[in-house]
Design a protein. Structure first.
Ligand code: AMP
Length: 559
């Protein structure tokens, strides 16, 4: 056998630190602006950021943190959180970002499961830390992201981040670590059972940053000022803290105030061109803008993902405010980006209605990710835009297994996402449901997301969820649960009539329930499991009508 001829290029490892080092060296004076917990606006540059990230690395090493150990964060989007990203991963420790909106018991579980050595926290979370600390005896220290003057009064002894960082000189070289070493640990939000950890590597993080930066993916650029509303505690803010230094984009961090007014003012004052967040956040922003009668003067593009972007929201952004919406799909297990909605040259020559229909979908895969839909027998389904199937993915930034779990989640080398989708002839993905939320009516599948999108387009609807409700003849039929927009009225009949001509007749929900609010997960997704529980005993009018004629229930009082 002949020896394979190896390439003769430099073997430079793909390390997370190289992203910040690149920005510090080549975009050294580009700004990072943060609205701080202290109440003011903090500004510095990539050069300053790298300097302080190095000081943090020195401080953590001095505290005895070893490469491979986990250092956790409980923090909003801000410059200190960015320093924590790089100051931990930079010397081989693992940055474990924790979602503070989870229940304290879940957070304690996560900290203990991850075996975190230290936890860095924003002072807003001091009361939470006091609840967590007694449950997490193995944590060696809790570090408040503040100077001594801003250390909060708390029962848990806390160190001051600024004191620790200030004691170091930053004279430190990032070590060349193996690119397969772990970089970040992110737990899924765990709507059922305990959260599971996705452990990224330096290589997967850097490749994901490359992919995210491509023009037909997020398409970040040094000409952008990017404001990630998506939290840095949720799947690394979709990779923006890595793609921004890679491309040299200016970063603007909103801190803890994510209401419409605060976001709008920050976007305007910092001339933000690019943003990213979940639909719920944009709802708040758009409501504020409508009431205040204001427009964007600099925002050009925004990524919307995490849940399906209602087409009505997409239209408002594009038609009323001239902002391009990039609908994106992904998940924690995918670092998170998988698909984004951007048109090819040929697609952009088609009639406007066709272009819009494509852009409402979750989009085209980025290089690096491959996807397929499979039927119940595991066989691949056609890409015809009609066949629904379980969505499977694979690629260098998709997980192989969960942290500290032995069993493989993969099926034939592919990761089953738990989402149900169609893929059309244009290779555009359309997520129709989580597999457990699909509504199965008489053996046919109805997409709850499509039904919610129609309801949301009604002017009197603030939020909508569609769930399966038991039905004697069809097994399940859709029930629409609606929160009315303040000051608006709408009846059940008017809402059901609103569906006419927009979806197949047999998809139209059987009933509407009005509620004051809908349950959400810690990452802002609808908690349909809880909603189904709430409406477990709901009787559909159509079920009552059918019951008298149904052979299964006729004359059976127990049914
Ligand atoms: P997470 O791991 O918390 O980011 O959640 C990932 C899940 O969110 C996916 O598996 C989808 O069910 C859902 N999701 C994310 N983006 C979208 C989107 N654009 N449309 C519909 N569902 C989405």
């Amino acid at each position: 056998m002949t020896t394979p001829l190896l390439g003769q290029m430099m073997d430079v490892p793909l390390t997370v630190s190289s992203l910040l080092a690149h920005a510090a060296r080549h975009f050294g004076s580009t700004e990072i602006v943060s609205r701080r917990i202290e109440g003011d606006l903090h500004r510095y540059t990539y050069r300053d950021c790298e300097q302080r990230a190095k000081q943090l690395a020195q401080a953590l090493i001095a505290l005895g943190v070893e490469p491979g150990e986990r250092v956790a964060t409980l923090a909003w989007n801000g410059y200190r959180h960015l320093e924590a990203y790089y100051g931990t991963t930079g010397f081989g420790a693992v940055c474990h970002t924790i979602n503070p909106r989870l229940f304290p018991d879940q957070i304690a579980y996560i900290i203990n499961h991850a075996d975190d050595a230290y936890v860095l926290f924003d002072t807003t979370f001091a009361p939470l830390v006091d609840v967590l600390a007694p449950q997490c005896p193995k944590v060696r220290g809790w570090i408040a992201l503040a100077d001594t003057a801003h250390l909060p009064a708390m029962q848990t002894p806390a160190l001051s981040y600024e004191t620790l960082v200030g004691a170091q000189d930053g004279d430190y070289e990032w070590p060349a670590i193996d690119e397969r070493q772990a970089s970040y640990l992110c737990y899924t939000s765990g709507t059922t059972g305990n959260p599971k950890g996705a452990l990224y590597s330096h290589r997967s993080t850097v490749l994901h940053a490359f992919g995210a930066s491509l023009p037909d993916a997020m398409g970040l650029s040094a000409r952008d000022a990017v404001l990630p509303v998506v939290p840095m505690f949720h799947v690394n803010a979709w990779g923006i803290p890595h793609a921004a230094p890679l491309t040299g984009a200016k970063l603007v961090f909103p801190g803890k105030d994510l209401d419409g007014k605060s976001l709008y003012e920050l976007m305007e004052s910092e001339r933000v061109t690019y943003s990213a967040g979940v639909p719920t956040v944009w709802l708040g922003l758009l409501n504020y803008m409508r009431e205040a009668g204001v427009k964007f003067s600099s925002l050009q593009r925004t990524v919307i993902g995490g849940s399906a972007c209602p087409p009505a929201m997409l239209r408002t952004f594009e038609d009323d405010y001239g902002v391009q919406v990039i609908h994106a799909w992904g998940m924690t297990e995918m670092s998170p980006l998988g698909t984004l909605s951007k048109l090819t040259w040929e697609q952009s020559q088609r009639p406007l209605a066709e272009q819009r229909a494509l852009l409402e979908k979750q989009g085209h895969v980025m290089y690096g990710v491959d996807m397929k839909i499979v039927g119940e027998d595991g066989r691949e389904l056609p890409w015809d835009g009609v066949a629904f199937g379980d969505l499977h993915v694979r690629g260098p930034w998709v997980i192989d297994r969960y942290f500290r779990k032995d069993d493989s989640p993969l099926a034939d080398g592919w990761f089953p996402t738990g989402d149900v989708a169609t893929i059309d002839r244009d290779s555009f993905l359309h997520i129709t449901d989580r597999s457990k939320d699909v509504i199965k009516s008489g053996g046919e599948w109805i997409s709850s997301i499509d039904l919610e999108n129609v309801a949301i387009a009604h002017p009197a609807v603030a939020e909508a969820a569609c769930i399966a409700c038991a039905h004697p003849r069809w097994t399940e039929r859709p029930l629409l649960v609606v929160v009315k927009r303040a000051g608006f009225e709408v009846t059940r009949e008017a809402l059901l009539a609103f569906y006419e001509g927009k979806v197949a007749k047999w998809w139209i929900p059987d009933d509407v329930a009005f509620v004051d609010e809908l349950p959400h997960t810690a990452t802002g997704k609808l908690q349909k499991l809880k909603l189904r529980d709430i409406f477990r005993d709901h009787v559909l009018p159509s079920a009552l009508a059918d019951e008298a004629n149904c052979p299964l229930t006729r004359g059976n009082p127990a049914a």
